[in-house]
Design a protein around this ligand. Structure first.
Ligand SMILES: NC(=O)c1ccc[n+]([C@@H]2O[C@H](COP(=O)([O-])OP(=O)(O)OC[C@H]3O[C@@H](n4cnc5c(N)ncnc54)[C@H](O)[C@@H]3O)[C@@H](O)[C@H]2O)c1
Ligand SMILES: O=C(O)CC[C@@H](O)C(=O)O
Length: 526
């Protein structure tokens, strides 16, 4: 049975799903060295934001197949290191969207009405109404930095509260911003005009310290900034200085450059600074959502199925995967088959996406073809995560082409592999939407389902050849399950595809090519 380590607090709903397929150990609060020492026993690791999954931990996780982040941000996982090792990294892109958006809105209202400090004051026995006079958000301008899932929900609610909305997000269209009632502007204008600024962007090299002494200096002295996205997007020292000097009015932070927050000037600021300990996703609903979402993906991957929200397999979004699912196996089978026909070292693989597959959305089929191609060399070590990297490292040139005009089947795939021993091609399609059929081998039309053990011959189409081959196989005790010949012209060249019950015994191929009329023979194990 597989073993899963859960190293951060995860809702029981997720654990219940994992226990359907694995032994689950919940060990939270492990030090990096403790995690490194035990990770080698586990097939999967499930985390929240507390565990830092470094390259060292990934290297020690020799059995790891999947790292599941119960949340959105995966900046606590060394994704390049996981990708190199073929470990799929999944997250829950939407499970805590509402929770994080509502936390940012709560921060904005708390800053406006000094709720945390007023509450502390009353609880300490005071009745001070003068110190906590607030401001309204109605008719004020909110600047949303990052108009993705969380930013969009914040914008929608803020609009309903009567706020004017500016947004900065270089990756979304003006139309999308307008749909949300936002005016898309450059960051400088947003910093200058907004009364409240809320950050909803990932932490990347481009966004680290996006808010710094220079950008803070552009804000109005009455403006407040909220960060419920990621620590480090705001330069904390510059922020503390800007509030102390009165350059800006206030800030509310849920996330910090280093977590847990240690010694910091931020703690010494008064009611204009609100701090929460990374609570954006901490609602009952969000924790159930993300735990189920990620646990289901871990379960699926441990069962050999694809994950719907893998962050290190480009293009493998849930909707795309659902649509392509039946074709993924076809692509892998064809890749494996053409790799074996080509033999030797493959130098290039051309993948032609045909018919309804001739769209950008079918790109995962190229990755699946590569996975199949590399299977003979790498076996279980190759997967959707590392297939492209492994191909690149082996110098395999991958050419992707599309031809929507091929209409023999709704969608079909044509793979051509060129290697040190020559060029071979295979085409395949699905019958009845799920049954894989080979429809062409090396340019010869056939129609056979692939089987575990196969033999292909290139021969002259002439009387007696099938009988001779049958007798030869019989003399080696090889049982033929099915056989089909593909030819373009009568008595010209032809291809024979045989399904056999057992692997072809050693030494028989050299006997087969001695049969008069047979030019080449290839054995394939799928
Ligand atoms: N505090 C919490 O507990 C908590 C909870 C959930 C998510 N988050 C964080 O919130 C952030 C947003 O999450 P989301 O689900 O909305 O992500 P998302 O991917 O849906 O949206 C992010 C948006 O940022 C934009 N963006 C990327 N780089 C940018 C840049 N340089 N400048 C401006 N915009 C840029 C993208 O175009 C996208 O629209 C992430 O950092 C995530 O980790 C925090
Ligand atoms: O695990 C958490 O509580 C925080 C999650 C949040 O930061 C996220 O990116 O999803």
């Amino acid at each position: 049975m597989s073993k899963v380590l859960v190293s951060d607090p995860i809702d029981q709903a997720g654990i219940d799903i994992l226990t359907q397929v694995a032994t689950v150990d919940v060990k939270t609060g492990l030090k990096p060295a403790e995690l490194t020492a035990i990770i080698g026993e586990y097939d999967a690791l499930m985390i929240r934001s507390g565990t830092q999954v470094t390259e060292e931990i990934i290297q020690a996780g020799t059995q790891l197949k999947i790292i599941g982040r119960a949340g959105v941000g995966v900046d606590n996982v060394d994704i390049p290191a996981a990708t190199r090792r073929g470990i799929v990294v999944v997250n829950s892109p939407e499970g805590n969207t509402i929770a994080a958006a509502e936390h940012a809105l709560a921060m904005m209202l708390s800053l406006s009405r000094h709720i945390p400090d007023a509450n502390a004051s009353v609880k300490s026995g005071e009745w001070d109404r003068k110190s906590f006079v607030g401001v309204e958000v109605y008719k004020k301008t909110l600047g949303v930095v990052g108009l993705g899932k969380i930013g969009s929900h914040v914008a929608t609610v803020a609009k309903a509260m009567g706020m004017k909305l500016l947004a900065y997000d270089p990756f979304i269209s003006t139309e999308r911003a307008e749909q949300l009632g936002c005016q898309l502007v450059e960051i400088d204008l947003l910093m200058q005009q907004a009364d409240y600024i809320t950050l909803h962007i990932p932490k990347t090299p481009q966004t680290t310290h996006l808010i710094n002494a220079t950008t803070l200096a552009k804000m109005k002295p009455t403006a407040r900034i909220i960060n419920c996205a990621r620590g480090g997007i705001i330069d904390e020292a510059a922020l503390a200085a800007a509030i102390k000097s009165g350059q800006i009015k206030g800030a509310a932070l849920d996330v910090f450059e280093s977590e847990p927050l240690g010694e910091s000037d931020l703690r010494s600021l008064g009611k204009e600074m609100i701090l929460t300990p990374h609570l954006g996703a901490s609602t009952t609903e969000a924790q159930v959502n993300v735990a189920i979402d990620v646990a289901e993906q871990i379960r699926d991957v441990l069962l050999g199925l694809p994950a719907r929200s893998a962050v290190n397999i480009p293009g493998f979004g849930p909707d795309v995967l659902e649509e392509l699912k039946p074709y993924m196996q076809l692509a892998e089978t064809l890749g494996n088959l053409v790799g074996q026909l080509a033999g030797g070292r493959v130098e290039s693989l051309t993948v032609r996406l045909q018919g309804e597959l001739a769209t950008n959305k079918s790109q995962p089929l190229v990755v699946a073809s590569l996975k199949g191609l590399l299977y003979q060399a790498l076996r279980e070590r190759v997967n959707y995560v590392n297939a492209s990297i492994e191909a690149k490292e082996r110098g395999i040139r991958v050419i992707e082409t599309r031809d929507a005009s091929v209409r023999d089947y709704a969608g079909s795939l044509h793979l051509e592999a060129t290697g040190t021993l020559g060029t071979h091609s295979v085409t395949g399609a699905l019958l009845g939407d799920k049954e894989i059929h080979l429809t062409d081998v090396d340019g010869f039309p056939i129609n056979v389902p692939p089987s575990k053990y196969m033999l292909f011959t290139l021969h002259r189409d002439m009387p007696g050849i099938i009988g001779k081959l049958g007798s030869l196989l019989g003399s080696f005790n090889v049982n033929i399950a099915s056989m089909q010949v593909g030819r373009k012209i009568v008595r010209g060249d032809a291809v024979m595809a045989l399904s056999i019950d057992d692997p072809l015994p050693d030494g028989i191929l050299s006997e087969i090519v001695k049969v008069a009329g047979i030019r080449d023979a290839y054995t394939v194990n799928l």
